[in-house]
Design a protein around this ligand. Structure first.
Ligand code: G3I
Length: 369
């Protein structure tokens, strides 16, 4: 009898312990998944842009040949904004002083309009992909500041006016801040060498005059690096104090599985938005390689894939949390089929869609909230 009582009590105690453990596990699960869903619970009838409908615009950088065949269908499904990867850059849209080449840019704008998508203009003033003619006279000598500024004004006025009301946001100035040297603010580009810092204020003013409703962006990379972030902040604060029309900071987002840290990403968003500016992530891709030195082509290993999933999850958790200041997230290229970051013998797999345009595991992590 005594033995039976001991067994019964022991069993009751064990059952109670199991019940308690189950309740604790259930509660802790609820805590973790309070706003999170399992991948199997994600609504597979929705596409990327639909998940982010109440957050921000989801864009993609394209060339005219992305707008045909299977890529065109996929772009229409997942994105609601297009950026021209190259064809609106000065050298391509304005190859000679008296010649504009609108065709390719028009194709992108027309495709967007036909499919109810927005267009993000890229880019009006840059040191790269700009015709050498802009800086030279007919003898090949460097032009004066007056000539350079007059050409830049004509360029910006023509391009912005042509797409007035069709391009809602323009990357007005690209990468004008010094990348490394902490003793300088401005990058020593041809524009800076010829015009000094005056051109910086002017490009925003000319864009605003050409389309007063366009949203105007200062766009750069390494914006999460504290030194560069602070140099950009200093420039923007000065512009805003002078009443220059700048509305958005574009964090390009050419990142990798280790960089930036969550803290540096948050700090950059907070610092720029403290100026009253909105933020767009303008050129997002996350390479599986962490540096130029990390160039042994190890491929898309499970370990690198997991790191990429974790990085994308972290970044989009931050973006959603900061939705009051973030107005757009644009991917730089459509899928891992082609990325500007790929090198010979080094494929970077930086996007959310694989070479067959199918969502990768990182995609499901980004839409699972
Ligand atoms: O158009 C020529 C073509 O005629 C020639 O046959 C071919 C041979 O290589 O080159 C073509 O030009 C290429 C151009 O893209 C257009 O496809 C250039 O070589 C190539 O260097 C250029 O790369 C672009 C790069 O900007 C130039 O700096 C990338 O596609 C583009 O994704 C990239 O985008 C920039 C953003 O605008 C600004 N932020 C950084 C980002 C990455 O560099």
């Amino acid at each position: 009898m005594k033995t039976r009582q001991i067994i019964t009590r022991t069993l009751t105690a064990l059952i109670s312990v199991f019940a308690l453990i189950s309740v604790i596990m259930l509660l802790s699960n609820c805590g973790e998944t309070g706003s999170k869903k399992a991948v199997s619970e994600v609504d597979s009838t929705k596409d990327l842009k639909d998940f982010y409908e109440d957050y921000f615009v989801i864009g993609v950088a394209v060339g005219p040949n992305n707008l045909e065949g299977d890529q065109a269908e996929m772009i229409k499904k997942h994105f609601n904004s297009l950026t021209a990867e190259n064809v609106m850059k000065p050298a391509l849209i304005h190859p000679e002083e008296n010649r504009y080449a609108w065709d390719n840019a028009d194709k992108i704008v027309d495709f967007a309009q036909a499919n109810g998508m927005k267009v993000h203009g890229h880019t009006l003033c840059w040191h790269n992909q700009t015709g050498a003619w802009m800086f030279q006279d007919s003898q090949g000598n460097q032009v004066t500041k007056e000539v350079a500024l007059a050409r830049l004004k004509d360029h910006i006025t023509q391009v912005v006016s042509r797409y007035k009301g069709k391009i809602y946001v323009w990357d007005v100035l690209n990468e004008a801040v010094e990348d490394r040297d902490s003793t300088k603010i401005y990058r020593e580009t041809m524009w800076y060498k010829i015009c000094g810092e005056e051109y910086i204020r002017k490009v925003f003013q000319w864009a605003h005059e050409a389309d007063p409703n366009a949203v105007l962006v200062y766009n750069d990379y390494n914006t999460e690096n504290p030194g560069k972030r602070d140099r950009i902040y200093t420039m923007l604060k000065k512009l805003l104090d002078e009443g220059v029309p700048v509305h958005v900071v574009g964090l390009q987002g050419h990142w990798n599985i280790n960089d930036p840290t969550e803290q540096n990403l948050r700090d950059a968003i907070e610092k720029f938005s403290s100026l009253g500016l909105k933020i767009q992530i303008t050129e997002l891709d996350v390479s599986i390689y962490t540096s130029r030195a990390d160039t042994i082509d190890i491929g898309f290993t499970p370990e690198r894939e997991q790191k990429q999933i974790d990085f994308y999850k972290m970044a989009f958790d931050v973006f959603r949390e900061k939705k009051d200041v973030i107005t757009g997230v644009t991917f730089w290229n459509v899928s891992d089929r082609y990325s500007w970051r790929d090198r010979r013998n080094m494929k970077c797999y930086p996007l959310l869609f694989d070479e067959n345009l199918k969502p990768k595991k990182a995609y499901w992590e980004v839409v699972k909230f």
